[in-house]
Design a protein around this ligand. Structure first.
Ligand code: PMP
Length: 404
């Protein structure tokens, strides 16, 4: 393991060395997507320069090379999330596609009176597929109303009952950085025999995850939020849970035998992977896992949290700013009285600072908070104190200017 060094880490992300609107680029939109280190970019280039062919198809030199790299990548992912073996790793486009696969895949096992439980902190990706599933099946979608400290309240236990068939909730809120009490939620779900899906999209870049410990049925995440490429992500599942799923897509690769009227599906994980996969994405994602696994993850997380706390401490003392994210998380989410967030965002952008303003694909949460949106600065391992300080100073200047 390498000792964590923010200076040498940053050098591995050459995109950050550029100017934006004639100012040094400050990238604080990492909860939306992260930048990619040289090692990930090189793994993709190297794949195309040395090994490109379709996988699992031909019996020739390049096809074997590509297939080996592709299946080694599955092994790396299994290690990254401490899954028992490769058959639990299903490639998909990202968290959204993975959740859609599970929601669609469980449709035939749901009855009109059944209940699907989510939390009020969900990204639309972990809400709309369940809402649509509920509409199609007549099942009822319910939401546990977590507040911004996400404390487990005794009354929440009443949300779980013998009708609850699925609990789908996020590990960390993308909009306000709150962590859900997963151990309690998963325990409650198991007690009523419900399946559990955890959306790890905001967790995997920051926290080591361990499937054996978490003990959920499904876990989903996207490569692009953890220093990997876009268009690739993972659906992890326990064998029995994955076997219950009807494939969302059918076609080549996922079959053993096909006649005109019948198809015998392949075994896991291939049964849920129709068509030519995103091979370069898979290889880039495995490289991103290697990048993370080589780091001192605790020191990396401490660094990211220290930067977010540094910003948060100052914003908490500003009379016109309301902060929604708790301390000791990797993002700061806030609103500013009487100033349009889009104007603030545009001002920050004009000074080279990229953050996110808006509802963060979480309309029900925004309604619960009573705001139309927030500004969110989210940190990654390559950010530094200069980024944090420049952001805060520019924000405070903007507030002075725009308030006049
Ligand atoms: N869940 C959470 C918590 C997210 O933050 C996001 C992305 N913002 C998603 C799901 C969807 O991820 P993707 O768009 O990569 O499928």
């Amino acid at each position: 393991m390498m000792p964590f060094d923010p200076i040498s880490i940053r050098q591995q992300f050459p995109i950050l060395a550029q100017q934006a609107h004639d100012y040094p680029l400050v990238y604080l939109d990492n909860a939306a997507t992260t930048q990619k280190p040289d090692s990930v970019l090189n793994a993709i280039i190297n794949y195309y320069q040395t090994s490109n062919a379709n996988v699992h198809r031909g019996s020739h030199f390049l096809s074997d090379k590509a297939t080996n790299l592709f299946e080694q990548a599955r092994q790396t992912l299994a290690e990254f999330i401490q899954a028992p073996d490769n058959s639990h790793i299903i490639w998909c486009k990202g968290a959204t596609e993975a959740i859609n696969q599970v929601a669609y895949g469980l449709e035939s096992s749901l009855k009109p009176d059944d209940e699907i439980l989510i939390s009020s902190l969900e990204h639309h990706a972990n809400l709309v597929p369940w809402q649509q599933l509920a509409k199609r099946t007549g099942a009822k979608l319910r939401s546990i109303p977590f507040t911004s400290d996400a404390k487990w309240e005794a009354e929440y236990a009443s949300y779980f009952n013998e009708k609850t068939k699925i609990l789908a909730c996020t590990q960390i809120s993308n909009a306000i950085g709150v962590h859900l009490p997963l151990d309690t939620l998963i325990q409650e779900a198991k007690a009523v025999g419900a399946l559990t899906l955890i959306d790890g999209a905001q967790a995997v870049a920051h926290y080591p995850v361990n499937m054996a410990q978490l003990d959920c049925d499904f876990y989903v995440f996207s490569g692009h939020k953890m220093y990997g490429p876009t268009g690739i992500g993972v659906l992890y599942g326990k064998t029995a849970a994955l076997e219950q799923l009807t494939p969302l897509q059918t076609g080549g690769e996922m079959v053993l035998k096909v006649s005109l009227l019948e198809t015998e599906f392949n075994q896991l994980p291939y049964r849920l992977e129709a068509g030519t996969p995103h091979i370069e994405g898979v290889i880039g994602l495995a490289s991103a896992c290697e990048f993370l696994m080589q780091q001192d993850r605790q020191a990396m997380l401490d660094w990211e949290i220290s930067l977010a706390n540094r910003v948060r401490r100052i914003l908490m003392n500003e009379a016109d700013i309301k902060v929604y994210s708790p301390a000791n998380t990797t993002l700061v989410s806030f609103s500013v009285n009487n100033i349009n967030l889009t104007d603030l965002n545009a001002f920050l952008d004009s000074k080279g600072i990229g953050i996110r303003s808006g509802s963060h694909c979480a309309h029900p949460l925004m309604a619960q908070l009573g705001v139309s949106g927030t500004l969110r600065a989210s940190f990654a391992c390559y950010n530094n104190e200069r980024d944090a300080d420049h952001f805060v100073a520019t924000l405070l200047d903007a507030i002075d200017l725009l308030a006049d």
